[in-house]
Design a protein around this ligand. Structure first.
Ligand code: SF4
Ligand code: SF4
Length: 339
C-alpha cells in the first residue's frame, strides 16, 4: 500500500476511535475456494463452495465502499484462478480503494496484466524447496521463484507469506533469505487450527509448546538484527507468553494475556468468506454465527461481526492488525519503517 493510503487508513481509524462509530475499514475477501494446490494445512479447496459471480461481488463491494471500506485484500483458494479476477480488481480500484492479494504464485505470469493493477501482492512460500514442496505440493517452490522473478522485474511491491508448522519449523532462515534476495519483507505466521478453513487433521501438524516458544524467540532475534521480518517484535513477544498453543484463541471471559492489543475484528476490519458470509476474521470461519452480505446486506453482516466474544489469538497477522487498528505506536512505527 502506498504511503498516502496507509496514512489515509490511519486517519480513518483515528476517526472511528474518536467517534466510537466502527466501520469495516479493511476487508479480507475470499473470492474462490478453487485452488490448483492442496497444502497440507488447508481445507479451503476441499470445501468446494460455489464462487459468487462477479456481479454479486460488485454489489458487495459497492456496499463495503459506502460503509467506509478503504482497503481490500483478495484471498482464496487461489484468487488468480478466477477468469474475471482483473474485473474484480479494477472494480475495487475504480472505487478508490486500495487492493492487495495473497497468491500461491502459479498464475502470476499468465495474469500479469491483472496483477500489475494490485497495490500489494504477497506470495506464499514455506521455506526451502524441500519444505515448500512437501507442504504445498511438488513444483511449488520453483513456481514461486518464477513468480517472484516476474514481479521483481515488473517493479511490483512484494511480500512473502509463510506458515510455520512442525514440518517446516526450521524454515525461518530460508524464508528470510528469500525475502532478502527479493528486497521484501516476510509475513511469518504459525498455523491457526480451529477454523473451518483449516484442514481437519491440522492438529497433527502443530508444534510442541517448547517449539512454539523457540520459534518466537528466533523471530524476535531476527527482527532485532534487522532481518526482513514484517510483524512487530512486540507481536512475537506477546506470542511468546501465550499459555497453551493448542488453543488458538481465548474468549472475553478469560483475562487478556500480557502484550496483546485489543481485538479490532468487527470494529475496524472483517473477513468475507467465499459464499459472502462475513466473519470477524478468518480464524472464526465456521466458529461464530455469520450473516451473508448478499442476503442480509453488508451493514447488517458488519454489525453482526461486532458481537463476537473472542479476545486474543495466536494469529500473528491478526495481532499485528489489532495493534495497528488500536493505534499502538510500536505497530505504527513498524509499518511506517517500510517506506
Ligand atoms: S493454502 Fe492457499 S495455495 Fe494452499 S491449498 Fe489453501 S488456498 Fe490453495
Ligand atoms: S482475537 Fe480477534 S482477530 Fe483473533 S481470532 Fe479472535 S476475533 Fe479473530
Amino acid at each position: 500500500m502506498a504511503f498516502q493510503e496507509t496514512i489515509g487508513l490511519g486517519v480513518e481509524a483515528v476517526k472511528s476511535h474518536l467517534s466510537g462509530i466502527w466501520r469495516p475499514l479493511y476487508i479480507q475477501l475470499s473470492v474462490t475456494d478453487r485452488c490448483n494446490l492442496r497444502c497440507l494445512y488447508c481445507n479451503v479447496p476441499l470445501r468446494g463452495k460455489k464462487d459468487l459471480s462477479c456481479g454479486e461481488w460488485k454489489k458487495i463491494i459497492d456496499q463495503l465502499h459506502a460503509g467506509g471500506t478503504r482497503r481490500v485484500t483478495l484471498l482464496g483458494g487461489e484468487p488468480l484462478i478466477r477468469e474475471d479476477i482483473g474485473e474484480i480488481i479494477r472494480y475495487i480500484k475504480g472505487k478508490g480503494m486500495s487492493c492487495g492479494m495473497t497468491t500461491n504464485g502459479y498464475f502470476v505470469y499468465k495474469k500479469l496484466q491483472d496483477v500489475l493493477l494490485l497495490d500489494t501482492i504477497a506470495v506464499s512460500i514455506d521455506g526451502d524447496e524441500a519444505k515448500t514442496d512437501y507442504l504445498r505440493g511438488k513444483g511449488t517452490f520453483q513456481a514461486v521463484y518464477e513468480a517472484l522473478e516476474v514481479l521483481q522485474n515488473a517493479g511490483k511491491r512484494l511480500l512473502i507469506d509463510a506458515t510455520i508448522v512442525k514440518d517446516n519449523l526450521d524454515a525461518v532462515e530460508a524464508v528470510l533469505s528469500i525475502a532478502e534476495r527479493y528486497r521484501c519483507q516476510a509475513l511469518i505466521n504459525v498455523a491457526y487450527h480451529s477454523s473451518a478453513i483449516n484442514a481437519p487433521h491440522i492438529k497433527e501438524l502443530l508444534m510442541t509448546d517448547h517449539q512454539y516458544r523457540e520459534l518466537f524467540r528466533q523471530l524476535i532475534q531476527a527482527k532485532k538484527r534487522g532481518a526482513p521480518v514484517f510483524f512487530s517484535q512486540k507481536t512475537y513477544q506477546a506470542l511468546l507468553y501465550w499459555n497453551d498453543y493448542h488453543k488458538d484463541k481465548i474468549n472475553n471471559q478469560e483475562p487478556l494475556p500480557v502484550g496483546f492489543p485489543r481485538c479490532q475484528a468487527g470494529r475496524c476490519y472483517a473477513y468475507i468468506d467465499t459464499d459472502g458470509n462475513m466473519y470477524p476474521c478468518p480464524v472464526n470461519v465456521g466458529v461464530v454465527e455469520a450473516l451473508n452480505c448478499l442476503d442480509a446486506g453488508v451493514e447488517a453482516a458488519w454489525k453482526k461481526t461486532g458481537t463476537h466474544s473472542c479476545r486474543a489469538c495466536t494469529a500473528a497477522c491478526l495481532i499485528e492488525y489489532n495493534a495497528l487498528y488500536s493505534l499502538q505506536s510500536y505497530a505504527i512505527r513498524n509499518i511506517l519503517r517500510r517506506y
